[in-house]
Design a protein. Sequence first.
Lengths: 422, 231
Amino acid sequence: MPGQIEAERDYFDYDYSNFHYSSSDDVFAILEPYTAWYDQAQLRGYSLYSQPMSSPPTTRIELEEKLGHRRRRLLNLASYNYLGLSARQEVVEAARRALEQYGLGASGSPVLSGTMDVHLALERELAAFKRKEAALLFPSGYATNLGLLQGLMRPGDLIVCDQNVHASIVDGAILSKADVRYFRHNRPEDLERRLAGRRGKKLVVVEGVYSMDGDVCRLPEIVEIARRHEARVMIDEAHSTFIYGPNGRGVVEQFGLEDEIDLHVGTLSKATGGQGGFVAGSSSLYKYLEGFAHSRLFSCGLSPVVAAGVLEAVRIARREPELRAKLWANVAHIRGRLAEHGVDVGESTSQVIPVMIRDDRRVFDIARRLQEEGLYLQPVVYPAVAKHRSRFRISVSAAHTSEQLDEGVDILTRVLAAEGIL
Amino acid sequence: MSAAPREYAYREAVMGFFEFPTTNAIRLIPRGLQPVEPRHGLGVLGVTAFDFERSEVGAYREIVLSVLVAPRLLPGEVMPKSAMYPFMVGTTTAAARRHGMEVWKLPHLDADVSVDLRCDDGSAKVEAAEGGRPILALSIVAPARVPWQAADHRYQTFSQDEAGLYLSMLFMRGPFLESEEERGALELYPHPFLAGVDLDEVTPTPFREQWMRQGVELIHPLRPLAALAGR
């Protein structure tokens, strides 16, 4: 029998990070201690993750508890459906029509038989939206960053990332075999240090809005430093496309830096409520990545059903700026209500609002209690965030009513007060 | 693990963990050990200072440089929280140095080091030097809203000699404080103690800081790693 972990006493001494590395003469040796921990972790709160939902991820959801199998109807402040488009009637209808027209899947790589006219229509729509020559579709946001970095960067090149970038960027950088460095989160002076004296191809990678803290990239300073060191800049606007800027073109538009950024990444699973990702840029970039981005080249094309639904969602997002206005009004409303109660929201300035608990042991108990009171929020703990910076992450949607937001704040503050957090 | 562990009672144990290139980490560890990477391309340099008040070689202070490595899974034994390979140790007494080399087969600086350790409720500062030459300065800062908690942590340490690699279980018991607020700092000076470490490549801010007080370190006897092979 391989290594074990002790029972209850040791549960909190371990987390996912402890099971990443181990040495043994048997590939499977880690499975037994991991399973022992996992089973305890489920009982202690990890069962709150991946609870199956039986409704769209709209403002109210139905889900089934993983352990008790009770069905619950909950107010949802956890989904990325920022503009409320995931289940909007026109979007669902577009997807339904596509299902009738194309069937379920693309049934091939985009470079072989897996490109349909709806994919090209979506790419044209995205390029027009971003005011770029071209946009290349990928089957997921993860695949977008993976394929972009692997497709473009090579051994000996330098990639300098903010330390809080998404795993897809880190994995893409690893796959590229470039030299990878990290600068301290949102600290341009540290970026400067990492770039100083480096020659050759250099790429700086940041995000528009960081998904765990909800803070915005210090883009003007970063761009200035990158330019001075002759580095290209890539920005992943997974959480800011369709949200930031007068026309929703992201943090780059907000800062007036659209033409200063070399690689624009967006996802289609957040504000537009679908799936997939895209890179927007020049037509020559499109052609190159088509040939070299493996995560796209060697994957089946995005389902035409999803592509059609997203295409409609993008069109709605473009023609209804009032959705963005409603989202920001909702953000202001809930921020005001949280501030009234003295809720700690960290550094967030966006629609992603962390509720800082800072107690890794209690966050699951609080999450369970919130659920029992009717509120769906996901706990976030180490290693997703630093130790003792556990939190809940509120995702505000344009689809929320102010009454729903008030209801959520009432539940949250009542539970936090009862738990002695407030 | 039949033989009794050796016990070292400490007043303070101050630990900082710093990112540095994995390529450097690999140069410091024996073949057969695998460096842990918190981020791709970056291993972990552990800097630890102990103030031992009681041990079989009396009271002494110690600084240890180690590389965090993958723990070895052993059949029938509890999985350790993490593992380390100490590649350089400095002690304030010759007796402690002899003990560390003979019993634990750990490489030591062959001279007394001075370890100045100043702690208050909010921070701990360590300055180590040898013969008036500075070696390192480490500071850690207590996190704002995290209380001290009782801990009983299980680790593995590795060491080696001409005959091969050894493993031992190490337990740290006592009040424990941990933070990832990146408020501490490390300064490293050119000194033989740091031979093999690319000083400019060590991130000067710890990504994790740990502090233990008034506790006990228990180290179980070395076991040859070769004897532990197999499923």
